[in-house]
Design a protein around this ligand. Structure first.
Ligand code: ATP
Length: 211
């Protein structure tokens, strides 16, 4: 079971540009950590490094003390900017993809995907192709796909940016459920309401931690 996600003195300089410098963060099972900062401060980059989707030029991204790319036994739930959905598939099929990669019995895949879509208020649109969904609905499909596997680590980049009051609260409640189940939850956001729903905040400015 995953207990700790940590960044140790991360430096990230794609194309020679310093985007993150000496960033250390630690989050434990059961907590929701808000990663805040103005646009361009490096929030998405930090989440990408913690997800193993980008490689730091110095420092380490660790899951339970092991380099994140070695920690693949830890189940990762990602909500990325742009969502990464397959637009020609239906909402349900996009969520099913996450379960198919695991040892979930085929008979359970559909019901669990539908349950996840109902949890984000999209039960009625499960059979709708993603290209026919609005931006906010796509974001909710991405949240359902990230959480359907009951991940040990949730990395969510502005997961409610396109939601109104009710659905925003619903998504925040689902993230809290994941933390209560023992997941480590990191949420990049500049929304004070989202920060208030988290346990702690770590702030970035120009790629550095604000102390
Ligand atoms: N691959 C890259 N090459 C060059 N610059 C990059 C790269 N990735 C990110 N940056 C730059 O790093 C800075 C931080 O970007 P990042 O997306 O991490 O910030 P953010 O805090 O998530 O912003 P936002 O809230 O607008 O999403 C930006 O100035 C961005 O242009």
């Amino acid at each position: 079971m995953t207990r700790i996600v940590s960044a140790e003195s991360l430096r990230y300089e794609p194309a020679g540009r310093v985007v993150l410098d000496d960033v250390s963060v630690r989050a434990e099972a059961g907590e929701m950590l808000a990663v805040t900062g103005p646009s361009g401060s490096g929030k998405s980059s930090l989440l990408a490094l913690l997800a193993g989707l980008a490689v730091p030029s110095a420092g380490r991204a660790l899951v339970d003390g092991r380099p994140v790319l070695d920690g693949l036994d830890a189940r990762l739930g990602l909500v990325l900017q742009g969502y990464g959905l397959v637009s020609v598939l239906t909402a349900a099929e996009n969520v099913e993809v996450a379960l198919q990669a695991l040892d979930v019995p085929a008979a359970d895949v559909r019901s669990r995907a539908l349950e996840a879509l109902v949890s984000v208020g999209l039960g009625d649109l499960a059979e709708r192709s993603v290209e026919e969904l609005s931006g906010g609905q796509r974001q909710r499909v991405a949240v359902a796909r990230a959480l359907v596997t009951e991940p040990d680590v949730v990395l969510a980049d502005e997961p409610t940016s396109q939601q109104d009051g009710g659905t925003k609260l619903r998504i925040l409640a689902l993230l809290r459920d994941a933390a209560d189940r023992g997941a480590v939850v990191l949420v990049a956001t500049h929304d004070p309401e989202v920060v208030a729903a988290c346990d702690r905040e770590t702030a970035l400015h120009d790629g550095r931690l604000v102390v």
